[in-house]
Design a protein around this ligand. Sequence first.
Ligand code: HEM
Length: 419
Amino acid sequence: QLTLLRAGTLGLALAGDPVARLFQAPWKADPYATYARLRCDRGLTWSRSGLWVASTYADAHDVLRDRGFGVRLSSGAQPFDVTGGPVHEGTEPNVLELSLLGLDPPDHGRLRRLATPAFSARRIEALRPTVEATADRLLDRLDVRRGTDLVAGFASPLPVAVISDLLAIPAADAQQFAAWGHTLGAALDGVTSVPHQRRMLRAQTDLRVLFERLVDERRRDPGDDLLSRLASAAESEVRPGEHVTVDEVVSLAQLLLLAGFETTTNLIGNAVRALHQHPEQQELVREDPGLAARVVTETLRHDPPVQLTARVAHEPRTVGGQQVRRDQVVLVLLGSTGRDEAEHEDADDFDLTRPEGRDTLAFSGGAHYCVGAPLARLEGEVALRRLFERWPHLAPAGRAVERGTTVIRGWRRLPVRAA
Ligand code: HEM
């Protein structure tokens, strides 16, 4: 009640609940003004939909790193959709198999330990030549002189090719793999209708069948790829007393595809868009393409691909002076944390020369910190570097089309041409 009153004085309650607004079209286009108003609240904001909202860096950081929070209710159920997406009438929540994202300890750690070695800084750096070659191959095919869609031709196929390579998905399956990944990745924003749900479930089942076949093949005839390593762990003792099932391996492989797909695509798209909107910053990159890693960091702060996540209190917690009761859900606005003026001066400016701040929360934090963060950074850096080395004067060419989704933020179409 108090929180609502305070929200009211800020003008939030006038047009309805702040959280509901985040899922409405005008705010999807630019959620940052809504975030700014939420950050004016002292501590967490209470939403009429029965959720708490963490919008400052400090509160988001505290919730994500607090072991008193997890992703499941005390009943074992997921609160609704851990991505925070709305559930629509007639559809079932939690149709997406979330693997790690939907697990609490001890299952979470047991499974996560399987995946993390493959994403160590050393292993990922060793992938650089392959990622560069893939980026170059895609750029060779882009007709940038006449104008082309950067998302369809580059930002989307690059992460799919990289993860297909890492999992050694046969070329014959790779296209289907990408199509299913696309359908499921888009569902991270919630399921919008019964037909949408049916499409998703079909994609999920088909993808599962593919992975079941591949895991089975790799168990019998392992190669030197990540999927073989995961497959060989199935049904064996990974640590004393710890086992993982074939089903768990299949779900994990599925998550690795989904988690690294739309996210990295939108990192590249959001970065290019930001440079186009700030020509003086693109000029810096034109002079020094080595700034590509800075572009990645600044995009993750200024306009990150994953805007929010959610946590459930496993026991009563105090965050930002507010009491969060057991089983209450906190929506964590990752996209708001990079715009927090308490962390970054002139936080709304896209500025490649700004000093490094505290660790970004664009990859979340705590137990669920993005496993693929080093790979995402590498892909983003290589993509932007190769792109601007080739076409230093890359310019927008026609109307860019937003995805218009809340959880994953980015561009569906980004027409560009070499100026
Ligand atoms: C988890 C963001 C790329 C694999 C996460 C989470 C975020 C995130 C925010 C945690 C969600 C939560 O706390 O509830 C991103 C962004 C990316 C990216 C912004 C690109 C710019 C990747 C890539 C991979 C990957 C390339 C792997 C191929 C994962 C996995 C998890 C995860 C496996 C689950 C970790 C867990 O629950 O323990 N990612 N991600 N991500 N990400 Fe990423």
